[in-house]
Design a protein around this ligand. Structure first.
Ligand SMILES: [Zn+2]
Ligand SMILES: [Zn+2]
Length: 242
């Protein structure tokens, strides 16, 4: 946490010395902004038709609600997972810089994207009692210096007044999921999460938060643990869908 605060101070000092510029194209932007309007205009919102359960966009002209083949053939434990933007191009680049290049200030951009997910009609009318970030394994968190989902969840909590409680912990250090197919991911994640000691989610309506949704396996595993612990409902929101 100390390293994080130092880097924040450093960023603040830098912004006094240098004018703010767009993270992507370098154009001048207003103080406190990280993307110019031109770059912001290029990001792609996920719009219908998409899978009602996992937000997988569907190219075609289906007008009624539907569930994709991936969701139809597995047990999904969350009620719905909403991703706001397509995780490619500028969105992918911003999230990458945030997570892997320690550009912590970019959390403000990503949290803003995440907030647009809350406008989705599957979430708009929901009441949530608690925001829960998807946890990282402690070893991974040490390596990265922070948990991206926690930083986003805390910002969202401050903006919505829904309390943020890190109720889950990751107990298995899983290998990177990127190269695995869907069933391998599920296997890899099995029993990867536990409820934290003293965490109590009984009867609560949970909003689960992560930066990116890939197959939904991670969110589903987290939702499984939360529901087994008595959560009344578990919806998930992410800024992007890979
Ligand atoms: Zn730009
Ligand atoms: Zn689906």
């Amino acid at each position: 946490m100390i390293a994080l605060h130092n880097s924040e101070l450093f960023q603040a000092a830098v912004s006094l010395l240098y004018p703010a510029t767009c993270t992507i194209c370098g154009k001048k932007v207003r103080a406190g902004e990280h993307l110019c309007s031109g770059c912001e205009a290029k990001i792609v919102r996920i719009v219908p038709p998409f899978c009602e359960t996992c937000s997988e966009p569907f190219d075609g002209s289906i007008t009624s609600a539907f569930t994709c083949a991936n969701c139809a053939h597995r047990t999904i434990y969350f009620d719905a997972a909403v991703a706001a933007y397509r995780g490619r191009g500028i969105v992918r680049e911003i999230i990458h810089q945030f997570k892997y290049a320690r550009q912590i200030h970019l959390r403000h951009v990503i949290a803003r994207w995440l907030r647009t997910a809350l406008d989705d009609e599957r979430l708009r009318d929901c009441q949530f009692d608690v925001i829960v970030p998807v946890p990282l394994h402690p070893a991974r968190q040490r390596e990265r210096g922070f948990n991206q989902a926690s930083l986003l969840a805390e910002l969202l909590s401050a903006q919505t007044s829904i309390s943020c409680r890190p109720s889950l912990k990751r107990i298995r250090y899983t290998t990177t999921q990127t190269a695995l197919d869907r069933s391998e991911r599920m296997e890899n994640l099995h029993n990867a999460f536990r409820l934290r000691k003293n965490a109590d989610v009984r009867g609560l309506r949970v909003l689960l938060i992560d930066d990116v949704l890939t197959t939904g396996s991670t969110l589903s595993e987290c939702a499984r643990v939360l529901k087994r612990a008595g959560a009344k409902s578990v919806y998930a929101a992410t800024a992007a869908r890979a």
